[in-house]
Ligand binder design. Structure first.
Ligand code: F6R
Length: 328
């Protein structure tokens, strides 16, 4: 099992603007073709799969986190497979079925079995740099997925130059400030259970990223959800003895009135990004969550660079059998 140092994870987290800006090299990458696909499925798990949520918030894409394909998937549709390692059995199973059904398949990966499958069928793929844990390559992966997605639907999903320029400025402000706004927060959240909500599809994608990074880097219990949906169910389930901290990520300039929504027996925190273009604001929230997860890992004395349970799960008989057979 590969492990990485906390210093490496910090460097990769702070390089989010540069990762997004990097132009990936590709093989057999599709140019926009007509007719456009009927539906666009985007599959992937964990740190790779979160980018599917961003695509779905930006355009006509359906995120998919299962090992089976939807019944409706057919030759008129597209599949974009996202896997840093190219070895994730759920992603491989979906890709194999899609290829067998004549679906227009492309992918984003460093290689692995997914790269081999795509090359074998001359299916398009964008390449990621090797040598990182998947979650630390988020910027590379999302940048490539947005570029590929734009080609599939025949119109750009973002403006890479403007988004990465502004995100770089926001990142530099955080560094100059030595993360002083985040440090006390990390100390206060370190022993808590958290629920992170987004208030729109884009901030909900950022909330999923927070959950993943808090789980994997900080080894912290954290769930993600959506507001206003939570105010139709979850607020009834509050446990006054041990309430989770509710963190709301919003792209609105005015944060929602959390004390009105969750009551005063729970603690709610709201984060919004400086005004600007929505994707840039969302990525700023992602950056905050990534840095916070590393600060909390330090507070808790846990190693953000190793994820032994995930590595062990991938070695289980079930995972390996399903991987080998592309099972349902
Ligand atoms: C590990 C990580 C995981 C992986 C997931 C899928 O750093 O973030 O959540 O992303 O296990 O693996 P890949 O990304 O290789 O398909």
């Amino acid at each position: 099992m590969e492990t990485y140092t906390a210093k490496q994870l910090w460097e990769w987290a702070l390089a989010l603007p540069e990762q997004l800006a990097a132009e990936p090299s590709g093989r057999n990458v599709p140019s926009t073709s007509s007719p456009l696909p009927r539906r666009n499925l985007v599959c992937g798990m964990g740190g790779s799969g979160v980018s599917a949520q961003f695509l779905a918030a930006r355009g006509p894409f359906i995120p998919w986190r299962w090992a089976t394909t939807p019944d409706w998937l057919g030759a008129a549709d597209s599949l974009t497979a996202l896997s840093y390692s190219g070895e994730t059995f759920e992603t491989l199973a979906v890709t194999r079925k899609a290829l067998a059904s004549g679906v227009r398949v492309s992918g984003v990966t460093t290689g692995g079995e997914l790269g081999r499958l795509l090359d074998e069928r001359a299916a398009g793929r964008l390449e990621l740099p090797v040598g990182m844990p998947p979650r630390a390559a988020f910027g590379y992966l999302l940048g490539a997925a947005l570029r590929l997605g734009g080609r599939l639907i025949g119109e750009p999903l973002w403006d890479p130059v403007e988004v990465t320029r502004r995100l770089g400025e926001l990142r530099d402000d955080l560094v100059r400030d030595d993360f002083t706004s985040l440090r006390p927060l990390a100390a206060s959240l370190a022993g808590r259970r958290l629920v992170v909500y987004g208030t729109c599809p884009l901030s909900a994608a950022a909330a999923l990223r927070w959950k993943q990074q808090l789980n994997e880097n900080a080894k912290l219990h954290c769930w993600n959800g959506a507001l206003p949906e939570m105010s139709h169910n979850e607020i009834e389930a509050a446990d006054p003895g041990k309430p989770p901290r509710r963190v709301v990520l919003t792209l609105a300039d005015e944060p929602p009135p959390l004390d009105e929504i969750i009551g005063d027996h729970e603690v709610g925190l709201a984060f919004s990004a400086p005004p600007g273009e929505p994707l840039t604001r969302t990525l700023y929230l992602v950056l905050l969550g990534d840095l916070l997860s590393l600060l909390i890992a330090a507070e808790r004395g846990v190693d953000p660079g190793s994820i032994p349970r995930i590595a062990a799960f991938k070695q289980t008989g079930w995972a390996r059998r399903a991987y080998a057979q592309g099972e349902d």
